[in-house]
Design a protein around this ligand. Structure first.
Ligand code: AMP
Length: 215
């Protein structure tokens, strides 16, 4: 069973690339951000608490994430890509324990490296499809949808995430540097880290990921 995780600053393309890889290799896509957004959509008290944290740009507590994740992992029979988990070293350690218990190994850690200024530019124009998850950018010519605000793939109206604004970006980026980026060292020591320059076109990034997985 193949397992792949991504380490990436906001808007480096981890959602786009993980969806692509899942389709290509028939893997299950697990986005902890999507799992949380589903809880928020339910509109209950728990969802409201999560929404506040997400909109502040901080991380949701490890307990909540691990519960959502283990429920999801229990359903999975094939390989999977984790998009947005682990987000800190303590989650990575917990994940190592989960894998050990089920006698599995983490195969690939893909680090998408992107300078802050580019991440910021990508985030403020980002719009995505609430139906199929395809991501576009209103401010970057080659990433615009063919028809203004309509998904090329499934023709659903595109939406902007509430946390995709400049102010929340600053906090999300800070959270990334302080909490998530230390995972690069963590996995370097485990020997399964692959670094990709995320300023490259998305097709080139996909190709590099395929080369890593096919090796
Ligand atoms: P994402 O969709 O991966 O950009 O995540 C959006 C937001 O959800 C993040 O800014 C966090 O507030 C929260 N989140 C997603 N994944 C995690 C995680 N593994 N641990 C804690 N918070 C998370």
């Amino acid at each position: 069973m193949k397992s792949i995780i991504f380490i990436a600053p906001p808007a480096a393309g981890k959602g786009t690339q993980s969806m692509y890889i899942c389709e290509k290799y028939n893997l299950t896509h697990i986005s902890t951000g999507d799992l949380l957004r589903e809880e928020v959509k339910s509109g209950n008290e728990f969802g409201k608490q999560i929404q506040e944290i997400m909109e502040s740009g901080s991380l949701v507590s490890d307990d909540i994430i691990l519960k959502l994740l283990t429920n999801k992992l229990d359903e999975i029979k094939n390989g999977y890509v984790l998009d947005g988990f682990p987000r800190n070293v303590s989650q990575a350690k917990e994940y190592d324990k989960i894998l050990e218990n089920i006698n599995q190994k983490l195969n690939y850690v893909i680090y998408l490296n992107l300078p802050k200024e580019l991440a910021k530019k990508r985030i403020t124009g980002r719009i995505s499809c609430p139906n199929c998850g395809n991501v576009y950018n209103e401010e970057i010519e080659e990433s615009k949808p063919l028809i203004n605000n309509i998904c090329d793939k499934c023709h659903t109206s595109l939406v902007k995430r509430k946390d995709d604004n400049e102010e929340t970006f600053e906090k999300r980026y800070e959270t990334y540097i302080n909490e998530t980026e230390p995972l690069v060292e963590y996995y370097k020591n485990q020997g399964n880290l692959f670094i990709i320059d995320s300023t490259l076109p998305k097709e080139e990034i996909s190709k590099q990921i395929e080369n890593i997985i096919n090796d």
